[in-house]
Design a protein. Structure first.
Lengths: 1004, 145
């Protein structure tokens, strides 16, 4: 409200302004005022009006914000409250100007806020005129520019700082604007202008330095100005006799130019160039390739020699590429050289020649990156392709030679002059019994027996004249046994000695043996555990040692003139004679084979023979054979083969089975049967291999112990699952005649179906059990209902019955005299029937109770039981019949129930024989096998027709009318039920008028 | 209800059975003072002198109680339990009346302290005989504790 009032104090508009406003807005004056008020109040600027003498009339909300005073506080007060003391004059000057009709715009000054802080403000002050144009007041708009001022100040300070920095640096720094006028020069730059900054700033560059026109300076400066990109260059600046390096940074406002005096370094460079000439001359005339590269392997320089080698022109700065196989090693060398400044690093490798093929280069890298004059990695190299080719050939022949000596069956080894072993072939290793590594560590002495030490025949002196040396010697093998060798040694040009040695043990032995009279050697032969046989061309036995005679059962004294035919089994003879003849025709190499020998006693034995030829004067004159009896082994083998055949047949004829034979090392000798693949194994993989190598480790771990126990003679049965098949396996030891296990047989049968059936059965059983439980629960429930029913029957039916009977009785007692005889008869019929119904209900209840009654069996002595029953019966009525009780078997039964059975049966018999003249009842028992005891009770009464026999034991079934015999028809049904509960049977035989016999049995 | 000495308290809901029982007792001249009550609630009120029997001399106790097992409201067993658990009444002999000797409640009755039971037979003669025997026993031979 107050504000609205104050607005009224704002100057009135001129009529012209008014009409204009009105024409535009079509507002009433009041509306216009409101409009202005809202505009003014929504301004952030402080808008106020005051009188010419400085008294404030209006104060908008912007003024409240800027100065902190409210309109109420300030209206009517003097403006000087806002002006700092030292600026009081300033306001007076402004007012003066306004009085003169001037407008003050954007006058920046300082004012004080209510809270005492000072603010920078920008003032726009204008006069307020009345309709006659007289100045009646002042309007003033103040804008708070404190933050703007602060920012300006910060920029200025930063500029000052920057200038200080620029002034401190030794490079010259010049800034020029887009009109090429100087805007800044640092101290260094100013040294060129002793006349002072004023003489330079604002001047055009090209005016001050016309000499630059047409020089690179002109071009570069313009380039930077036009492209707005950093430009760098160096050049000689003649006016100052100075080399300068110049870097020009373009910006929106022009260019900033940094320049540096590089005269000194230029001079040094020039000097360097001179000495470089010398070296260059050397390098360029060198046949070696020289390449300079920087740290990144970029080629800086390539010598003419390099061109000759690599085919790459010195001007082509391309790298020479290493062969893919050599890249890694070259890279490694390169890294090494980078880490070792000044130290040459040698390299060798294949590199790509300009014409596309690879050449071998050898040389050095030297890291001279740290030497300013060079600042490169220097690579010196030469082409060694030819040499490499030659080396390759040598290596090739080396390889060929190597394979030759490796294939040789003779021992070949090399020693140097210091008797150190340098090389040995495989055959040599085998012969000596050492590995190659071991052998090369040996000293010749290690291969000699002590007694041979002094006669080492390898005398280097003798070898020196280049003649081969041949001699025989004994070699001590690693295991201490001896090998006889024929040695041929030859010294090569380089002093190394190549030695060929051949195993002549057999030859030696034969030779020794053949030297008759040489008892010493003979004893060696004679003591051998192998039979030695020497035969001539005709197969005639020339010599045999004692082992032969032992083996074949002959006597050296009596069995003379033996020949091949005598000690060879007929079915082996053809083969043996064939071999014999072949040998004599010129086969020198020893051979091994097996054949069947024949003992003198006619027994055939298996022999393993090693036959060689005996030479004399280069001709084969005899054969000699070392023989061993392998019958035992053969027989075991044959046994296995035979059992194999059997088991193979068995296995292949049993569907769903696998039969395996394993030797004592658990090696598969036989696998047969259609289950192998199904169980996830492969016959091929298992066959001939050890179980531990081919079975899955977890499977082998399971059977290992079992297999081992089978080896001790036990038979093991195991069930397992393999590949989804259930299998039962039997592991059986096969024993020879000495009861030694020589083989394991495993028989596995697929019992998956059986297992499935078992599983199905146990599942069914579970179901069944559940069903039984359910049914039992149902039965229990039914029994409960039945019990309730029984109770209900016994109580509810009997109660009215009791009333009928009781009241009839009362009638009879109290009103007897009023009844005539017919009335009395009728009354007694009522009573009789009521009584009968009571009995019927009692019987029925007894019968139904039996269903839920559990039986407790014991051995029941039947005779006293029956006697008691008869005594009971006699009490309740006359028993006319003569009852004959035969000796009875003791029965296993529930005594109480058995009492009921006899009671019912005997009372039945008594009842139905009641009309007979001489009623007689026989009670007997008999035992049938070990199964049951049969009791019987016979009477000579009314009997029954057998065609109704099946109705005898039904509830309420009667074969006689009430007139004939009283009864409810429950008695026999009850007996039947009791007997059935005991697991026994009941039946009857009878004939009308001749009596009946009831039988029942009790299980033992 | 006079204060003459009560000899037999018959608790029986079935009027016919009650009449027959009383008749049997009378025929045997053993019960001149028979009180017949029709249910358990009434019986307990009578014995403990409350409800409609407020003020009755509760020390005038029956010599024997014939109690029907099967009754509406309070069953015979419940009534028996109340009688046998109260010092005032627990010495009174209680004979249970039942329709069947097979009744499962007979066992429970003994457990609760019943002194005997009578099966109410259809045959009135034997019923009379049984009642007679029991009545004589309990009224004449048995000395209350």
């Amino acid at each position: 409200m107050t504000k609205a009032k104050q607005i009224r104090n704002t100057p009135k508009k001129t009529p012209a302004e008014k009409s204009q406003s009105a024409s535009v807005f079509n507002f009433t004056q009041a509306q216009q005022q409101a409009l202005y008020a809202s505009i003014i109040n929504s301004s952030d600027d402080a808008i106020l009006s005051k009188s010419l003498d400085g008294i404030i009339h209006s104060w908008n909300s912007g003024a409240e914000k800027v100065y902190g005073y409210t309109a109420e506080e300030m209206t009517g007060r003097h403006i000087s409250v806002l002006i700092p003391p030292h600026l009081q004059k300033e306001d007076k000057a402004i007012i003066e100007k306004i009085r003169n009709g001037e407008v003050v715009k954007h006058f920046e000054t300082i004012r004080i806020r209510k809270d005492g802080t000072t603010i920078n403000v920008s003032l726009t002050v204008s006069p307020v005129k009345d309709e006659q144009g007289r100045i009646i007041g002042i309007s003033k708009i103040s804008r708070d520019i404190t933050s703007q001022k602060k920012a300006e100040q910060a920029v200025m300070e930063a500029n000052r700082e920057k200038e200080a920095v620029l002034n401190r640096i030794s490079d010259g720094v010049i800034s020029i604007d887009n009109e090429w006028k100087y805007t800044f020069l640092n101290n260094t730059a100013m040294t060129r202008y002793p006349q002072g900054k004023e003489a330079v700033l604002g001047k055009v560059l090209w005016d001050l330095h016309p000499e630059m026109k047409g020089t690179p300076f002109w071009d570069k400066y313009h380039e930077a100005m036009e492209t707005k990109k950093v430009v760098e260059f160096e050049d000689y600046y003649a006016p100052l006799d100075m080399w300068v390096f110049i870097r020009i940074y373009p910006s929106e406002n022009g260019l900033t130019i940094f320049y540096k005096d590089i005269t000194e370094s230029k001079k040094a460079e020039h000097k360097l160039n001179e000495s470089e000439m010398h070296f260059r001359a050397l390098i360029e005339n060198s046949a070696e390739g020289i390449t300079l590269t920087d740290a990144m392997s970029n080629v800086i320089y390539r010598s003419p020699g390099s061109y000759k080698i690599t085919g790459v022109l010195p001007t082509e700065n391309v790298r020479t590429l290493a062969h893919p196989d050599d890249i890694e090693s070259i890279k490694e060398k390169h890294l090494e050289v980078l880490s070792k400044p000044g130290i040459p690093v040698e390299f060798q490798g294949r590199f790509l020649h300009a014409d596309g093929h690879y050449i071998w280069l050898e040389g050095t890298f030297t890291n001279l990156l740290h030497v300013p004059a060079v600042n490169a990695i220097v690579t010196n190299y030469r082409d060694i392709t030819e040499r490499k080719k030659a080396e390759g050939k040598i290596a090739e022949s080396e390889l060929r030679y190597r394979s030759l000596i490796e294939q040789a069956s003779d021992m070949i080894f090399i020693v140097d002059t210091s008797m150190k072993y340098l090389d040995i072939n495989n055959a040599g290793c085998r012969l000596a019994g050492y590995t190659k590594e071991e052998f090369l560590q040996l000293h010749p002495k290690d291969l000699l027996f002590e007694e041979d030490l002094d006669k080492n025949p390898l005398n280097p002196e003798k070898l020196k004249d280049g003649q081969p040396l041949t001699y025989e010697r004994r070699l001590k093998r690693k295991d201490g046994t001896a090998v006889e060798l024929e040695v041929n040694a030859k010294m090569m040009d380089d002093g190394r000695v190549v030695i060929f040695a051949r195993d002549i043990t057999q030859r030696k032995l034969a030779e020794i043996a053949l030297k008759e009279g040489e008892a010493k050697y003979r004893s060696v032969v004679e003591n051998m555990h192998e039979a030695l046989i020497v035969e001539d061309h005709q197969g005639q036995l020339v010599y045999a040692n004692s082992e032969f005679y032992k083996m074949f059962g002959y006597s050296p004294d009596t069995d003379t003139f033996l020949s091949l035919k005598d000690y060879t089994a007929p079915d082996s003879y053809a083969e043996v004679i064939q071999r014999h003849n072949n040998r004599l025709k010129g086969l020198e190499e020893p051979e091994e084979f097996e054949y069947k020998g024949l003992r003198k006693d006619g027994k055939e034995i298996w022999i393993e023979a090693r036959v060689s030829s005996v030479m004399e004067n280069g001709k084969i004159v005899r054969t000699q054979s070392l023989e061993r009896d392998i019958t035992e082994r053969k027989e075991a083998e044959e046994k296995i083969i035979k059992s194999e055949k059997i088991y193979k047949t068995i296995a292949s004829s049993i569907p769903g089975s696998v039969i395996c034979l394993l030797d004592t090392d658990f090696r598969y000798l036989l696998i047969e049967g259609d289950m192998v693949e199904k169980m996830g194994y492969s016959k091929e993989k298992l066959m001939g291999n050890k179980a531990e190598d081919v079975l899955p480790p977890e499977v082998f771990a399971n059977v290992k112990n079992e297999l081992q126990s089978v080896l001790t003679g036990k038979t093991v049965t195991r069930e397992s699952t393999s590949n989804g098949y259930d299998v039962i396996s039997r592991l059986i030891p096969l024993k020879d005649e000495n009861n030694k296990v020589y083989c394991i047989m495993t028989v596995a049968i697929d019992i998956t179906e059986l297992k499935n059936a078992q599983r199905a059965i146990s599942e069914l059983n579970r179901d069944l059990e559940k069903k039984v439980t359910d049914r039992t629960l149902q039965l229990d429930a039914a029994n409960k209902e039945l019990e309730a029913f029984s109770y209900s029957v016994s109580h509810d039916l009997r109660t009215p019955l009791r009333a009928i009977n009781g009241y009839a009785r009362m009638l009879e007692e109290d009103y007897n005299s009023l009844f005539d005889s017919e009335g009395k008869r009728l009354l007694s019929v009522v009573q009789d029937n009521a009584t009968k119904m009571g009995i019927l209900i009692d019987d029925l209840l007894t019968f139904s109770r039996l269903g839920k009654k559990e039986i407790h069996t014991s051995n029941v002595d039947m005779e006293p039981l029956i006697e008691n029953v008869i005594a009971e019966l006699s009490k309740s009525g006359a028993v006319r019949a003569k009852i004959n009780i035969h000796p009875l078997h003791t029965g296993r039964a529930d005594k109480t129930l058995m009492n009921q059975v006899w009671l019912n049966l005997i009372s039945n018999a008594v009842k139905y024989s009641g009309n007979t003249d001489h009623p007689q009842i026989e009670i007997k028992s008999s035992q049938e096998e070990e199964e049951e005891i049969i009791y019987s009770i016979s009477d000579n009464g009314a009997g029954f027709d057998m065609q109704y026999a099946h109705k005898l034991f039904g509830v309420f079934q009667r074969l006689h009318s009430h007139n004939e015999f009283e009864g409810t028809g429950v008695g026999l049904a009850l007996v039947h039920r009791i007997i059935a509960k005991h697991g026994g049977r009941i039946w009857a035989q009878g004939e009308v008028g001749k009596g009946a016999t009831f039988y029942f049995s009790l299980p033992i | 209800m006079n204060n003459n000495e009560i000899e037999i308290l018959l608790i029986e809901d079935n009027a016919n059975d009650a009449e027959l029982t009383i008749r049997a007792l009378k025929k045997n001249n053993i019960a001149n003072q028979v009180v017949h009550l029709k249910d358990g609630t009434e019986a307990l009120a009578f014995l403990f002198g409350n409800g409609e029997f407020e003020g009755r001399n509760i020390n005038n106790k029956p010599k024997v109680i014939l109690l029907d097992l099967k009754m509406p409201k309070l069953s015979g067993l419940e009534v028996l339990e109340k009688i046998k658990s109260n010092d005032l009444t627990k010495a009174i002999p209680v004979v249970m009346l039942t329709s069947s000797k097979e009744h499962p409640d007979i066992k429970k009755s003994y457990a609760l302290g019943a002194n005997s039971y009578i099966v109410k037979p259809v045959d009135f003669e034997s019923f009379r005989k049984t009642v007679n025997d029991l009545g004589v026993y309990w009224l004449i031979l048995n000395q209350p504790v």
